[in-house]
Design a protein around this ligand. Structure first.
Ligand code: MF3
Ligand code: CO
Ligand code: CO
Length: 269
């Protein structure tokens, strides 16, 4: 098997790292409002992770092959930015939507999660994109159980989002996660049911669909990281880290401030 299977004690490490990542988002929530810069959010998150959580912000200086080292501790992707947005001094304004993506390392284990925030008063269209993307993530999560296949997850997300007239970004995907930030397998957010890797208890991976209001094509900015929609349409993303259990799934990146699952999720996870 190309992917790692986590032992009971590995899973304890993952649970802690993942809860901490989610708690960073809880802490940031009250700060995401008109006038705050994403640079300020980065500082707040960095200090909280390092000083309060005694953990490490995984993005800082992260440099996968072909990339320059990432310069900040969190990713903030505003409006038509799809992912990997670099925090900067520009203040957020009412009506913006922003994805805040947090990855922490605690005792060698990674927890990776992101949420959308609507700054001030958002348009109906912007709020709808964020809600539908959240539901799309959960449509994927709901497929997770032993014997299911990665293609089932991608298919559930793709059919849901495209059925509502939105598009799914293809170039970036979810990923296995553990002692490495990005492990096998790749978790595509589109696909065909019954295809690709079979899920096995003890696997941990992220599901993190990027959904565009317009076309799915992307463009990379000159900073070497930020990905935007080619047509400049709005884009949203949510991310959870999940564990495959004997009977289904456990969402690891939950904390007191996590939004509740959509109504179509029946508590028994
Ligand atoms: N957190 C992102 C993910 O979900 C990866 C960010 S890489 C960084 O996979 F270097 F930009 F932080
Ligand atoms: Co991720
Ligand atoms: Co992430």
């Amino acid at each position: 098997m190309a992917f790692t299977i986590k032992s009971a004690s590995d899973i304890e490490g993952m649970r802690t790292a993942c809860r901490l990542a989610s708690e960073v988002l809880d802490m940031l929530t009250e700060h995401v409002r008109p006038g705050v810069s994403t640079e300020r959010l980065d500082q707040l998150a960095h200090d909280y992770i390092v000083q309060v959580q005694k953990a490490i912000p995984a993005p800082l200086n992260y440099a996968p092959p072909g990339y320059i080292p990432y310069p900040k501790s969190i990713c903030t992707s505003v409006n038509h930015q799809i992912c990997h947005g670099i925090p900067n001094e520009r203040p957020l304004k009412s009506g913006d939507i922003v994805n805040v993506d947090i990855t922490v390392i605690k005792d060698g284990w990674h927890g990776d999660t992101s949420r959308m925030f609507v700054v001030g008063d958002g348009s109906i269209a912007a709020k709808r994109l964020c809600t539908i993307t959240y539901d799309a993530m959960w449509r994927g999560i709901a497929k997770v159980k032993p014997g299911a296949r990665l293609g089932d997850i991608g298919h559930a997300i793709q059919t849901f989002a495209e059925g509502l007239g939105f598009s799914v970004v293809r170039e970036f995907c979810g990923h296995g996660i553990g002692q490495k930030f990005h492990e096998e397998p790749q978790v595509l957010h589109y696909g065909r049911p019954g295809t690709l890797e079979e899920l096995v208890p003890g696997m941990t991976f992220t599901i993190e669909p990027m959904i565009n209001a317009g076309r799915r094509e992307i463009r990379e900015l000159g900073d070497g990281w930020t990905i935007v929609t080619k047509d400049r349409s709005l884009s949203a993303q949510w991310e959870h880290t999940v564990l495959v259990t004997e009977t289904g799934y456990e969402v690891l990146t939950l904390s007191a401030g996590s939004p509740p699952p959509p109504a179509f999720i029946s508590g028994a996870a």
